[in-house]
Write a protein that binds this ligand. Structure first.
Ligand SMILES: NC(=O)c1ccc[n+]([C@@H]2O[C@H](COP(=O)([O-])OP(=O)(O)OC[C@H]3O[C@@H](n4cnc5c(N)ncnc54)[C@H](OP(=O)(O)O)[C@@H]3O)[C@@H](O)[C@H]2O)c1
Length: 433
């Protein structure tokens, strides 16, 4: 039986509060009253009050011919990770950077790309459409050299983008922020690290330097920002419940008893819906880290150890080799069939969920939820986050949609990048002589 609090049956089955993803802002043209470096945009007559009541001007540098901004006048980016998300991000950046911008060149450029083995560096800007073949030859990855290359010859604070899953890279986040670099990350191992590390990240990213990590929970769904905004505006979080793993969501949305659970896991693995070792998903730690990120955003000073985690992997399989685990996976079948039978008997659904209450008690694990609960409406790999607050009750605020996937996650990372670019440009460009 679930030890979650019984969900409130008076709640509507599906939330009535929708959260829209903010449209992306276009960067190149900037409204400004600072006339020191201002010229009308290329190919346009200078706007006047009679032709345009909202004067739109563009900051220009003497070296900028309007179609090509010199590298020095662009905010430099370094991308760490060329895996599933990194490759999708590079494709999206290529499209963004080559899109028609009425003759205006973009405000940022990619100066470095690295994975665990190799890095590619350029003093100019990569042509991201064929960076792998056309760029200077790669050299062995050296993070210090990567960093000093990306930040040289510019007055802008560089943006380092972490799309690895590397704990070693995550430990650099604090130093990069302290050293004056913005960090955009899909890698949750930094922000979900120890309380000491979390506090250091918070301290290093106040004011001038930004730490952006929206995609660490729910991929591109606007979850982190929403919880932050609720708290910043004085609302009080009473409860957060969420389906935070696309993999576990898929498994329990699909599991109806007609096939053994182990068979579903094998199918999901063969379709790339689990980690190569499915124990990484079934252990629940990934969900716990996401809940930790949300709990901290809501003001609870938790550590990972404070979260009660139900590990679906039987203890005797935890140390098996991957091959042995996949053979013995059938040992999960009976206990999970018993949980499913119980859910069916009580006319509920079985879901692996995260829960945080107003006392800061946090847990992740299997629970049975009535058919009237929003969790009973999910399908595929949906993530669903239900936030009950002083303002959002009795109807909670619900954010729902795909919480994983290369293109979706990469688009979330790109959104974070564009917000930081926007911020950096506004802060720094007016101070460049
Ligand atoms: N997949 C999703 O749907 C999703 C959704 C939300 C968030 N995320 C997060 O996004 C991140 C990336 O996920 P992914 O699926 O793209 O992982 P992935 O396919 O395993 O790719 C990881 C990349 O990181 C590189 N890397 C590892 N250690 C490195 C190091 N020390 N220095 C430089 N590069 C290093 C790897 O290099 P090699 O190529 O040399 O191995 C690889 O290119 C993860 O933190 C994940 O949790 C993923």
């Amino acid at each position: 039986m679930s030890d979650y609090p019984a969900p409130d049956l008076r709640k509507p089955a599906v939330a009535s509060t929708a959260v829209a993803v903010r449209p992306r802002r276009e960067h190149p043209r900037i409204d400004t009253t600072d006339s020191r470096h201002v010229k009308p945009a290329a190919g346009r007559t200078e706007p006047t009050a009679s032709t345009n009541s909202r004067t739109v001007l563009e900051i220009r540098r003497p070296t900028d011919d309007g179609t090509r901004r010199e590298p020095r006048w662009r905010i430099p980016l370094g991308i760490l990770g060329t895996g599933t998300i990194g490759r999708a991000l590079l494709r999206q950046l290529a499209k963004y950077l080559t899109a028609d911008r009425l003759g205006q060149s973009p405000l940022f450029c990619v100066r470095g790309i690295a994975n665990s083995r190799s890095m590619w560096l350029t003093r100019e800007a990569f042509d991201l459409r064929d960076w792998h073949d056309a760029t200077p030859p790669s050299v062995a990855t050296d993070i210090d050299r990567f960093l000093s290359h990306v930040r040289q010859t510019t007055d802008f604070a560089p943006i380092l983008v972490d799309v690895t899953a590397s704990p070693a890279i995550a430990t650099h986040h604090v130093d990069w922020l302290r050293g004056g670099c913005h960090v955009v990350t899909a890698n949750k191992l930094g922000i979900a690290g120890s309380q000491t590390q979390y506090q250091a990240l918070r301290a290093a990213s106040t004011g001038r330097i930004r730490y952006a990590y929206e995609t660490t929970v729910g991929a591109a769904l606007p979850v982190v920002q929403t919880v932050r905004d609720l708290c910043t505006t004085g609302d009080q979080i009473l409860m957060i419940q969420g389906l935070l793993s696309g993999t576990l969501s898929y498994l329990f949305n699909t599991y109806d008893g007609s096939r053994p659970f182990s068979e579903l896991v094998r199918t999901a693995r063969s379709r790339g819906l689990t980690e190569p070792d499915p124990r990484a998903d079934l252990a629940g730690m990934d969900v716990a880290r996401k809940l930790l990120i949300l709990a901290r955003e809501a003001g609870f000073p938790l550590d990972l150890d404070d979260i009660k985690v139900e590990n679906l992997v039987p203890v005797d399989l935890a140390q098996d080799t991957l091959d042995d685990f996949l053979v013995h996976l059938t040992r999960m079948d009976e206990p999970l069939k018993n949980r499913l039978d119980e859910a069916n008997r009580t006319r509920g659904v079985l879901r692996y969920a995260a829960m945080l209450n107003s006392d800061g008690n946090a847990r992740v694990g299997l629970g049975i939820y009535p058919l009237a609960h929003a969790f009973a409406t999910t399908c595929h790999t949906d993530n669903l986050i239900e936030v009950t607050t002083e303002r959002y009750r009795p109807t909670p605020l619900i954010i729902r949609g795909p919480g994983a996937g290369a293109d979706i996650t990469a688009a979330g990372v790109l959104t974070d990048i564009l917000k930081v670019v926007d911020f950096e440009w506004h802060v720094t460009s007016r101070n460049i002589p």
